[in-house]
Ligand binder design. Structure first.
Ligand SMILES: CC(C)(COP(=O)(O)OP(=O)(O)OC[C@H]1O[C@@H](n2cnc3c(N)ncnc32)[C@H](O)[C@@H]1OP(=O)(O)O)[C@@H](O)C(=O)NCCC(=O)NCCS
Length: 181
């Protein structure tokens, strides 16, 4: 049985440019606590993006940010991909259904994309939520060059617009500063 999220969880979405300094600080503080590593560089690789903020009694307890990137399977056409970064929930509230609520809300919002994707070192969480682990090679596209990313654990989630695809094939995404995936 799944754990339902707290009934008074409030979820809002905001583009990065609409975030004020206090909200930016809250996001960095939450991600830093959840990942156990300094997240102040988030703004270097997340520019034109949308954030989801989950609040409980005014406190930020859940976050993710997604932007449109272009994944390609083998030499197939670019897929308009909702790419998630910085999925984090308050460590004091882990296991209370907040992470599931965050991902469910983003899935609803990004249902018009061709694909959803992310990289993680918490594969069990995404497997539990029905995401699929990419089993083939992955890489970053830098012009005509493909930079292999063998250490990344990449997950995808299909939308109603996802074409048939084989998770054993090559998946690439355009290169970006800071972190390819
Ligand atoms: C991963 C994370 C977002 C999960 O958040 P959460 O609020 O604890 O998640 P939920 O309580 O909604 O869990 C949903 C389900 O996933 C399971 N789950 C949570 N974390 C898990 C993990 N690390 N491994 C396996 N299953 C996990 C829960 O048991 C729950 O299962 P259920 O359906 O049986 O109840 C949170 O632990 C976190 O912020 N971790 C640090 C940052 C991070 O690694 N983020 C993800 C990488 S992008």
């Amino acid at each position: 049985m799944t754990t339902p999220p707290p009934v008074d969880l409030e979820i809002v979405t905001l583009p990065t440019e609409a975030l004020g300094p206090a909200e930016r600080e809250e996001i960095v503080a939450l991600c830093t606590r959840a990942f156990g590593t300094d997240f102040s560089s988030l703004w270097h690789f997340v520019r034109r993006a949308d954030h989801l903020l989950a609040r409980l009694h005014g406190h930020l307890v859940g976050h993710t940010v997604w932007s449109t990137r272009h994944a390609r399977v083998e030499a197939g056409p670019p897929l308009r991909t909702a790419y998630l970064d910085a999925v984090a929930t308050d460590p004091d509230l882990w296991g209370r259904g907040i992470g599931r609520a965050v991902i469910a809300a983003v899935e609803d919002i990004t249902t018009g994309s061709d694909l959803r994707a992310l990289s993680t070192d918490r594969p069990g969480f995404y497997e539990r939520l029905g995401w699929e682990r990419w089993l083939g090679l992955t890489g970053g596209r830098d012009g005509d060059r493909i930079v292999p990313t063998p250490d990344e654990i990449v997950f995808i989630s299909r939308t109603p617009h996802t074409p048939p695809l084989d998770v054993h094939s090559l998946l690439t995404v355009e290169w970006r500063a800071g972190s390819i995936w």
